[in-house]
Design a protein around this ligand. Structure first.
Ligand code: HEC
Ligand code: HEC
Length: 190
């Protein structure tokens, strides 16, 4: 009797696990911790944290690798990226990229800054990202303006060094121009 009870309990446990989609894919299960900061089916609560769901796959993989190697510095992200086995990085990036990009509630559309024309040659006409002469360029349209401005400043100051061209482009703009670009790009909702 006891044995049977145990067996049905075990079955019930297995059933709930299968229902919730857990354990079926260990890489996907490992990515659940990311949602507390990056949002789950919604944009991050903190505007200094980027949207990653639906971002360009090649870009995501490169960033995760470089958070691990320290080529891109971030205390929190280096330990998060190290929690993914290096052999699982490509799959983790593919899973994140396959999710829909969560739309932020945008403010009023900002007027288009002149400097945006140059960005389109690499980040795409719609600023949705893609293959560029410098490698895979990330989606910028609809990203948090606070995060975009932070990163542009970090490239300009040389604090983010994992994109040589981005560093020189950002050095050629002042903080006010960068802020205008960030507001405009964050306000796009394609
Ligand atoms: C405690 C909060 C937190 C957690 C948890 C977290 N992240 Fe992050 N993540 C950040 C912050 C903050 C940044 C911006 C880092 C910077 O300023 O360069 C970031 C940046 C990133 C970026 C770069 C995005 C871009 O547009 O360049 C990727 C990719 C990323 N995180 C993936 C992940 C993955 C995958 C996980 C889970 C394994 C994860 N993060 C967990 C806070 C977090
Ligand atoms: C020659 C191609 C090229 C041009 C031109 C270019 N970018 Fe980039 N940009 C890239 C690439 C490639 C990356 C990814 C760098 C890396 O691997 O970390 C990037 C990264 C970025 C990021 C970081 C996004 C994130 O999620 O962290 C921002 C912001 C950005 N670019 C803004 C701009 C703006 C604004 C312009 C125009 C003023 C511009 N870029 C022009 C190629 C370009």
């Amino acid at each position: 009797m006891k044995k049977m009870l145990f067996a049905s309990l075990l079955l019930a446990l297995v059933a709930t696990k299968a229902d919730s989609g857990f354990a079926a894919d260990p890489v996907e299960a490992g990515l659940q911790s990311c949602g507390s900061c990056h949002g789950v089916g919604a944009p991050p609560h903190d505007p200094t944290i980027p949207i990653i769901d639906g971002q360009q796959v090649g870009y995501l993989q490169k960033q995760l690798q470089e958070f691990r190697s320290g080529e891109r510095e971030s205390q929190v992200m280096s330990s998060m990226a190290e929690s993914i086995r290096s052999s699982d990085l490509a799959r983790a990036a593919a899973l994140i990229a396959s999710r829909p990009w969560p739309k932020r509630a945008n403010g009023a559309a900002a007027s288009e800054p002149d400097a945006i024309a140059a960005c389109r040659s690499c980040h795409g006409v719609d600023l949705g990202g893609g293959q560029s002469p410098e490698g895979v360029a990330p989606r910028l349209a609809g990203q948090s303006p606070e995060y975009l401005a932070d990163q542009m400043g970090a490239f300009a100051r040389g604090e983010r060094g994992n994109g040589q061209t981005m560093m020189s482009i950002m050095q050629s703009l002042d903080a006010e121009e960068r802020a205008r670009l960030a507001t405009y790009m964050g306000g796009l909702s394609n």
